[in-house]
Design a binder for this molecule. Structure first.
Ligand code: C5P
Length: 222
């Protein structure tokens, strides 16, 4: 694979609803980085499985992934709890992971010229997709805080769901994401831990910005 030289690469891993997506988006905008929420890819596959249960097989999926565009990843339906739960089930499948691996690495290492680099968030980004990232973060928050954030998000989307249902499904997803054999969620030794439980969006952003600016200044990048 061809790799663009001298780009900034940021890798973020996090459990569900820890606020990583919001932060990653803000960081990407600030530093002009090409941003990918990799969870959306697994959610898209889960959606395809739910929509075409009888057609869903390796080749059908491969054709869908081949033509995958940013519009597909913006579908509102991908944010539903049902799709999220299904995503954590299909993401345990090695063939599915292999299929999306090159899409993600290509995104990370070959951002369009107008971007200064890339920023990806997910579960295995720091050690599988961008092991040589310039910055690695593990973003987390306690279970109740994450469940409340996800509950509010789903309510804003007019989804019929209770807080208890949300907490139950996040617990289930955590168990599956942390304990699966293939590409489990983990904090690598070289990742910086950011706990967002008691921080608002702005404070989280400033905390990460400070870390990035410090290293970029040392390296003469800004
Ligand atoms: O991040 P999000 O909650 O949208 O991800 C949905 C599911 O996709 C996760 O629970 C996880 O099982 C899976 N996923 C993954 N690897 C990634 C990103 C997401 O296995 N890099």
């Amino acid at each position: 694979m061809k790799k663009r030289k001298n780009i900034i690469k940021i890798a973020i891993d996090s459990p569900a609803a820890a606020g990583a997506g919001t932060l990653a988006k803000a960081i990407s905008k600030h530093y002009n980085l090409y941003y990918l929420d990799t969870g959306k890819i697994y959610r898209f596959i889960a959606y395809i499985k739910l929509k075409f249960p009888n057609k869903f097989n390796y080749y059908f999926l491969k054709s869908k992934i081949k033509s995958l565009g940013s519009k597909d990843l913006q579908k509102k339906i991908l944010l539903s709890n049902e799709v999220g739960t299904q995503a954590s089930i299909i993401s345990k499948n090695q063939n599915i992971r292999k299929m999306v691996h090159s899409f993600q690495t290509n995104f990370a290492y070959n951002p369009p010229k107008k971007f200064k680099g890339s920023c990806l968030d997910g579960r295995d980004i720091t050690y599988k997709i961008i092991p040589d990232a310039d910055f690695k973060f593990f973003i987390t928050a306690n279970l109740k805080t994450r469940a409340l954030r996800r509950y509010r998000e789903l309510k804003r989307l007019n989804k019929k769901i209770t807080y208890l249902e949300v907490i139950k499904s996040i617990k289930k997803r955590d168990k599956s994401d942390y304990n699966r054999k293939i590409s489990p969620l983990k904090k690598t030794k070289d990742s910086l831990l950011i706990n967002t439980t008691n921080l608002n969006k702005r404070s989280c952003f400033l905390k990460i910005k400070k870390i990035i600016d410090k290293k970029l200044k040392i390296n003469g990048n800004i």
